[in-house]
Design a protein around this ligand. Structure first.
Ligand SMILES: [Zn+2]
Length: 172
């Protein structure tokens, strides 16, 4: 099945097109009689919004359960989060050099300052949601006994740490 705003909308109760790339349907994440889910096609991405207050991850969980949402998608955001992990290791290595008085080059010093600025900026709510979603998908794979790549394991460990700090616990 093709994954699109249209395919999702038409598979849900009272799903219909409103205009152009905008669809509406009953939200699958709560007991919805009056369509309160907005589904929008944005290039190759599908945006979801429940007007009754379900979070995007709650809606996506339910869509995954119904086979209407792909379990794994390439997410640009995830890469920026992984970048943060890499920045962290770079900064740790740089600080080690400073402590041991090992000479560092101008380029490394510049990168260190730049990375420190990024690392001091808190994650956006969008990034938290992306990480939350990743953890849910990862755990669903584990439950189904699917093999996971070491890269996935590392991402999960890193993301769940951040998400846990925001109040969402995960079993590793
Ligand atoms: Zn809802």
């Amino acid at each position: 099945m093709t994954f699109s705003a249209e395919s999702i909308a038409l598979s849900l109760d009272k799903g219909r097109r409103i205009r152009n790339d905008h669809y509406t349907a009953c939200c699958p994440a709560h007991d919805d009689r009056n369509p309160s889910l907005s589904i929008t096609q944005a290039s190759d991405n599908v945006l979801l919004y429940c007007h009754s207050g379900c979070s995007q991850s709650e809606v996506i969980d339910e869509l995954i359960r119904r086979g209407l949402w792909p379990e794994k998608r390439k997410r640009a955001k995830i890469n920026t989060l992984v970048d943060r992990e890499e920045m962290q290791s770079f900064c740790a290595a740089h600080e080690y050099n400073l402590r041991k008085s090992i000479p560092t080059c101008m380029k490394a010093q510049g990168l260190y300052r730049q990375y420190q600025r990024v690392l001091c900026t808190p994650f956006t709510p969008g990034e938290i949601i992306e990480m939350h979603l990743y953890c849910l998908l990862y755990r669903a794979d584990i439950r189904k006994g699917k093999p996971t790549a070491p890269e996935d394991d590392n991402k999960f460990l890193a993301f769940q740490r951040v998400v846990y700090e925001k109040g969402v616990p995960y079993e590793a």
